[in-house]
Write a protein that binds this ligand. Structure first.
Ligand code: 8DG
Ligand code: MG
Ligand code: MG
Length: 141
């Protein structure tokens, strides 16, 4: 297969001052903490992809989905290099009491809420880069 950039859609699910992160089980960024999300499928909007990936990976229902930013990242660490354009969205829980389930345990060690001011280490490097640059996914109040 020809190697071309692919499109990812990932979501900051915001709950209070916390965000949802999971420790990856993947050739890309193995054991680092990353946002839920995945590949954009043919014909999908970013919002549709976000809703689907959240449901598949965590069982959570999200709403109030908003665009935040986009990254362009080349990953050299896996069996062969990959290149992703990644759309970063934020969202709220449809039911604030709903808790995440680890529905793809082969891809993730588990999901949890982490205070934005006390994020776990190591973060998946694209996320680490954003945090280092001062990026903040929360609305300004
Ligand atoms: P799918 O089969 O469910 O569509 O894909 P997936 O297995 O859920 O894909 P993924 O690896 O979770 O996400 C696709 C790519 O997006 C990932 O390989 C690299 C890129 N990516 C980032 N930052 C983040 C992030 O914080 N979380 C996730 N999940 N992916 C990210 O650049
Ligand atoms: Mg997925
Ligand atoms: Mg994923």
């Amino acid at each position: 297969m020809e190697n071309r950039p692919r499109v990812g859609v990932v979501v900051f699910v915001l709950r209070g001052k916390s965000v949802l992160l999971g420790q990856r089980r993947s050739s890309i960024g193995d054991s680092t903490y990353a946002l839920p999300g995945g590949h954009l499928e043919f014909g999908e909007s970013f919002e549709e992809c976000a809703v689907r990936e959240l449901k598949e990976e965590t069982g959570l229902d999200i709403e109030k989905i908003e665009f935040l930013t986009v990254t362009n990242s080349v990953f050299l660490e896996n069996p062969r290099p990959s290149h992703y354009v990644v759309i970063f969205l934020r969202a709220a829980l449809a039911d604030p009491l709903q808790e995440p389930q680890n529905l793809e345990p082969d891809k993730c060690h588990g999901w949890d809420w982490y205070d934005w001011n006390n994020l776990p280490q190591p973060l998946f490097w694209p996320l680490e880069k954003m945090v280092q640059s001062g990026f903040n996914p929360f609305p300004i109040d």
